[in-house]
Design a protein around this ligand. Structure first.
Ligand SMILES: [Zn+2]
Length: 353
């Protein structure tokens, strides 16, 4: 997906059998294939992903990608920070942190936005949160960037400044100044998000729900043809506005973790203009087709017969499995087993044919 336009520019489908049934390797292989495909057409200067360890290692070590800047999704990092603060603030000795949780996470978002690619600037702004929560808004090297505090802000008893030697402050200092966290700042200095990509994934789930098993060709068509086109034609939908009002529409949402209500934009309805065009083309192809109506569809280029089966162990005969089951249960004459065997024999007959 292109970061600016949010349009899907390449889709790769990885079969588990391509990676020796090790699903952990699928993401990396899909990315490698996608990069190869995309780089034939455009010059990739930056890649934005979530924080997959294998992808991070690949981008850091593989000479093929050394010219590409790797950014990570800020939302995932902010969520990780929010989780750490939530867990900690459940402890009695760190309860003072509780009212500051949201402000600290918001400060991380804001720091990334302000950095504009400058890692040192990001670190400097981020560290400022330690001063702000302790009630200091100006210090030797910098100052807070918010406007002057009002009387109401100063008297807000819900957010008591953290004492410099308090347990809560010690914990927060550990998180904010953590060496690993600081090293990772370069990934967030451009404030990139993968939210649009996740929206596209939810469109894929609409066309290819996980509960239903599809053949490879059907799955490919649903991901490429239907989901990618659906996303493509609707990606620039505007914020919905009722005919009778100039107000924009919003949807309320309650977050159980933060225990807060938020609003999201309601977009205009989808119109699916591409469906009639697709149907038109299908019918036209059929009209012009000189072959028989009984002809078989074209086979996929995906050669399933040349790769390993999903089960790593070759299957024994069905009848021998039934025998094994009978000997395990010790019930060789039950009606259910006899019935099952007859059905299975029929299936074997069909297989043999
Ligand atoms: Zn401040």
């Amino acid at each position: 997906m292109d970061c600016e336009s949010h349009k899907v520019i390449d889709v790769q489908i990885v079969d588990k059998r391509d990676v020796d049934l090790k699903s952990m390797r699928m993401e990396k292989l899909g990315l490698q294939r996608g990069m190869t495909s995309v780089r034939l057409r455009i010059n990739v200067v930056e890649l934005v992903t979530d924080a997959s360890t294998s992808v991070k290692a690949m981008m850091a070590r593989d000479a093929e990608y050394k010219e590409i800047f790797h950014s990570l999704d800020v939302w995932h990092k902010a969520k990780k920070l929010a989780k750490a603060l939530s867990e900690a603030s459940k402890k009695k000795e760190l309860a003072e942190l509780r009212p500051w949780k949201r402000s600290i996470v918001n400060h991380f978002w804001w720091s990334c936005e302000q950095a504009q690619g400058d890692v040192q600037k990001l670190k400097a702004i981020w560290i400022g949160v330690l001063y702000h929560v302790s009630g200091e808004h100006t210090w030797a090297t910098s100052r807070c960037h918010h406007s002057d505090l009002t009387e109401a802000d100063i008297n807000d008893t819900a957010k008591t400044p953290l004492g410099v030697d308090s347990q809560a402050m010690k914990f927060l200092r550990k998180i904010v100044l953590d060496a690993k966290w600081m090293r990772s700042m370069a990934y967030y200095a451009r404030s990139r998000h993968t939210g649009a990509l996740e929206n596209y994934h939810s469109v894929i789930l609409k066309y290819a729900p996980k509960r239903t098993a599809f053949g490879f060709d059907a799955f490919k068509a649903r991901c490429l043809l239907f989901a990618a086109l659906d996303h493509y034609v609707h990606v620039d939908r505007q914020h919905a506005q009722p005919k009778t009002s100039s107000e924009r529409r919003f949807h309320r949402k309650y977050n159980k973790n933060s225990q807060q209500w938020t609003v999201t934009k309601v977009k205009q309805h989808k119109t699916y203009p591409h469906i009639s065009q697709l149907m038109h083309r299908v019918l036209l192809r059929k009209v012009k087709d000189t072959g028989s109506v009984l002809q078989k569809p074209l086979k996929s280029s995906f050669a399933q017969s040349t790769i390993a089966p999903v089960a790593p162990v070759a299957p024994p005969g069905t009848s021998s499995l039934v025998e094994q089951q009978r000997s395990r249960t010790g019930n060789s004459n039950s009606t259910v087993n006899a019935h099952t065997t007859r059905e299975i024999d029929e299936i074997d007959d069909v297989d043999a044919r």
